[in-house]
Design a protein around this ligand. Sequence first.
Ligand code: ATP
Length: 371
Amino acid sequence: MKTGEFGGTETVIEVGGLRRRYGTSGRGRSGGGRGSNGSGPRGGRPRSVAEGGGERSGGRQGYEAVRGVDFSVARGELFALLGTNGAGKTSTLELLEGLAPPSDGQVRVLGHDPYRERDKVRPRIGVMLQEGGFPSELTPAETLRMWAGCTSGARPVDEALAIVGLTPRKDVRVKQLSGGERRRLDLALALLGRPEVLFLDEPTTGLDAEARHETWELVRSLCDVGTTVLLTTHYLEEAEELANRLAIMHAGRIAATGRVSEVVAAQPSRVSFELPAGFLVGDLPPLAELGVTGHEQRGRTVRLQTGELQRAATGLLVWARDKGVELHGLDVRAASLEEAYLQISRGIDDGTDSGFEGGFGNGMEKGAESK
Ligand SMILES: Nc1ncnc2c1ncn2[C@@H]1O[C@H](COP(=O)(O)OP(=O)(O)OP(=O)(O)O)[C@@H](O)[C@H]1O
């Protein structure tokens, strides 16, 4: 089940032509702490690297991690940013959180520039960073109490602990918490100020299956009461479960965006099988008549791509029956978000549009055109 109906058309997050270049400004990455409200004791992302230097700065021209990104998110909507490692998800999120200014383009959160009008935006957002960086000698209860002191209108600490299921561990030192428990503490901190907009950077990484499902339930319930959520994730299942809409980023750009069904529908389905002994691809029925839009062959293995899976599979099976042959290794695969994700990222790497050719792996020879 997706998050609840999001409440109307009010745009809460708007991003246009967004760019972020490292290595030219001399600013550090993502200073300024966790979000919620107040400046707080936590000074920002532990993996900070000076934008003006470091091995990742990309030389004199710098490195452009975000290359013209556009999207908007309505109130109560959950928007997921997916992408390969280094695609630019966190770099984008940090611009939305107001932790750095964009090199170019526009960001509006709740109608304000989150960097320049930080004081207007900060009290209304909650941020769950990828790595927390808690003082390790404090307990979760103490950490939350300390943070609540910097947060106006904070929830009671016990309520925040209960929401994320940390009550039984509230008096254990942070250094003794498991990775998943720390993640929950991170979430509790992000929720402390009852934010209107929640930014979650890989919120369920390190959580076991049960805790992940509980977090999904929690996020859904927040959306149901109108909280707007932007999350990054590597779990496609998470995006499928939660997202009203998503964007797949690759190399700093949005390669596909829309509802899950729209992103998936834009990708072809696949049928692969071993060509029976004594037959060539040219002996198959005319592929265009089966709705096949492309095919490749490696050794005896043939892979077809199609937007009409039933027609292609039926035509192939009828052909095999008529010829009295068995199609070994037959694999009929409908397009899925995973397929879409892989095809998009591989396709762009290869400079192809759909990723179909790149997705079949290197060393694949193009099969002969069928008759
Ligand atoms: N301070 C920095 N200086 C130079 N390059 C940086 C800096 N921070 C990030 N980058 C580069 O920008 C690119 C995007 O990084 P980013 O962390 O935004 O990706 P991501 O999509 O969040 O990746 P992941 O899924 O691995 O967390 C990467 O190539 C990264 O090496």
